[in-house]
Ligand binder design. Structure first.
Ligand code: FAD
Ligand code: MLT
Ligand code: ZN
Length: 524
């Protein structure tokens, strides 16, 4: 068995060195599949520095000195104060391999108190920092732009408690999503969030991005599931909002400021999450459809006929499926179609749920809205079908530079956006494809080209954001704003909302040391 080191997390991989077991699929030492390691781009050429590629100016922050390093070594020890350039390569580069910072320091605290001591020191010294979880973010928020100190939550991975009666889990922010889900599964619970990056992303990263994922339509978003947050402000002050109560109307609900603020208002150290019961019966259907009108019609039928057991409704177009087949050699279970849907049901009675889904498929086939389909009930077969959907992002990276857009659109406009962009870009790109969480109105529009090309970029942006704004969509449905979209936020947020965000930022982080150059637009 060949041993490979992790490009993103380097020798410091939180889940140990990844092992190549078959093809480009990586498994960690605990045997589970690791998505951050699955990208075939392990020999990725170093991408251009963000500070060179983009017009961005370093803020008035201090430069790190030997005295600063001594402070961190005294606090954490030298094994948790990383200054080795090779080890910093992964944490400086994002998952897509398209933004790269030049941080010379990565810190690995284990406790809230250590995070507090680090931030208090950095704030006094005016040293900028970049909080980092699993580094699977897709908007350039998780890596430094210049030389910000990376504060990794990799060693903050303790589960503090699981209340089996209420279903509330309290844990540190560095727990890997999949590991946390496995942990609560022994109590018959599940984390109400599931993403293709679950093998690497951290729960703190999930909360900081308000990640959506594959089952949002069933369990809602993290503003609902997260009951409590503990976070450290830029000053080092620890804000304890770690309620485990489902209802708590005592004053302003401050935890919401940290959910989705992408590390710009505080560093999340602990979370309390409401975990639903793990479903006993799960079934998955994979449908082929001829038109997008049929997709919308099936979505409507799914809601009315499978409503109480529906747990996921996903969409894939022909180009996305072709990309997975071509680049990852995955096989579609059905004949080629212009559109595909994955419909998952989760309930407590397998016979009832299976019957319902079978009847649904029969009726859909009879109506002609679905022209081919299959249903999986065994876990391994379901996983194979899910792989086709979950690994699209990985297959796209193989083609070169990925222009990744994550947009909310009213459903009648959902696929028109892909068609219009395809026509607009013509042969200038390798691929313009669409997939996503159709049940949430969330389109992932992806455009691949051989390499980064500024001219192509200016044909895509801001056109794509103007298009979105015209139909009252959102330019970021679930990935966040990060570095890449910060100067386009006005397409989805009013002037007054942005002004209030700026006020909150300066109240909570007066020196602007927390994840600078992210979320808010440049001061013009
Ligand atoms: P990181 O990437 O490390 O960080 C993300 C942001 O949060 C950064 O701004 C960072 O500074 C900040 N941050 C991280 N930890 C903390 C903390 N403790 N306190 C404060 N700020 C912090 N996203 C979805 O929403 N839905 C999906 O379905 C989905 N699928 C994906 C599939 C793949 C294959 C990949 C690679 C990514 C996918 N993503 C998806 C994007 C990404 O996985 C999520 O945004 C995830 O929540 C990021 O978690 P992370 O731990 O990797 O955070
Ligand atoms: C997904 O749903 O697959 C993710 O959000 C990642 C992506 O957009 O590629
Ligand atoms: Zn998604």
């Amino acid at each position: 068995m060949q041993v490979a080191s992790c490009r993103w997390l380097g020798a410091t991989c939180v889940r140990n060195l990844a092992r190549v077991s078959s093809g480009s699929v990586f498994h960690c030492s605990d045997g589970s599949r690791c998505y951050a390691h699955t990208s075939p781009v392990t020999n990725f050429p170093k991408c251009e520095l963000t500070s060179k590629r983009y017009p961005v100016t370093r803020g008035q922050f201090s430069q790190i000195t030997g005295d600063d390093i001594n402070f961190f070594v005294n606090l954490l020890g030298s094994h948790r104060t990383i200054t080795d350039a090779a080890e910093l390569e992964g944490p400086n580069t994002d998952w897509l391999g398209i933004v790269r910072g030049s941080s010379a320091t990565l810190l690995k605290p284990k406790t809230t108190e250590e995070v507090s001591a680090i931030l208090s020191y950095c704030n006094k010294r005016k040293l900028a920092v970049c909080p980092q979880g699993g580094n699977t973010g897709l908007v350039g928020g998780s890596v430094p732009v210049f030389d910000e100190i990376i504060i990794s939550t990799a060693l903050m991975n303790e589960v503090e408690s699981v209340d089996t009666l209420s279903g509330v889990v309290t844990c540190q922010s560095g727990c890997v999503l999949e590991a946390l889900d496995n942990h609560v599964s022994q109590f018959g619970l599940m984390v109400p969030l599931d993403l293709g990056s679950k093998g690497s992303c951290h729960i703190g990263g999930n909360v900081s991005t308000n990640a959506g994922g594959l089952r949002l339509l069933r369990y809602g978003n993290l503003h609902g599931s997260v009951l409590g947050v503990e976070a450290v402000l830029a000053s080092g002050e620890i804000v304890n909002c770690l309620s485990v109560m489902k209802k708590d109307n005592t004053g302003y609900d401050l935890k919401h400021l940290f959910i989705g603020s992408e590390g710009a208002l505080g560093l999340i150290t602990k979370v309390a999450i409401n975990c639903p019961s793990r479903p006993q019966a799960v079934n998955l259907a994979f449908f082929g459809l001829q038109t997008f009108e049929d997709v919308l019609s099936i979505y409507k039928d799914v809601k009315s006929k499978l409503g109480e057991i529906l747990s996921s409704c996903e969409f894939i177009d022909a180009s996305s499926l072709e990309c997975v087949e071509k680049n990852l050699k995955l096989k579609s279970p059905i004949s080629a179609h212009p559109f595909y849907m994955l419909i998952e049901t989760s309930g407590s009675n397998s016979t009832h749920d299976e019957e319902k889904l079978n009847t649904f498929m029969e009726e859909a086939l009879e109506s002609g809205k679905v022209t081919d389909g299959t249903i999986a009930t065994e876990p391994s077969r379901m996983q194979n079908l899910w792989n086709i959907r979950e690994r699209i992002s990985e297959s796209l990276v193989i083609e070169g530079y990925v222009h990744k857009y994550d947009i909310s659109l009213p459903l009648p406009h959902f696929y028109k956006m892909v068609e219009d962009m395809r026509q607009h870009l013509g042969t200038a790109v390798i691929r313009c494809c669409g997939y996503g969480h159709i049940g949430d109105g969330n389109l992932h529009l992806n455009i691949t080209s051989k390499e980064f090309d500024q001219e192509l970029m200016s044909r895509i942006e801001p056109t794509i954001f103007e298009w979105t704004a015209k139909v009252n969509g959102s330019i970021s449905a679930e990935h966040g704003i990060g570095f890449k979209k910060r100067n386009f936020i006005h397409y989805s947020k009013s002037h007054s909302a942005i002004a209030l965000m700026r006020q909150l930022k300066s109240l909570m982080d007066p020196n602007g040391i927390l994840n600078p150059y992210k979320v808010l637009p440049d001061n013009k």
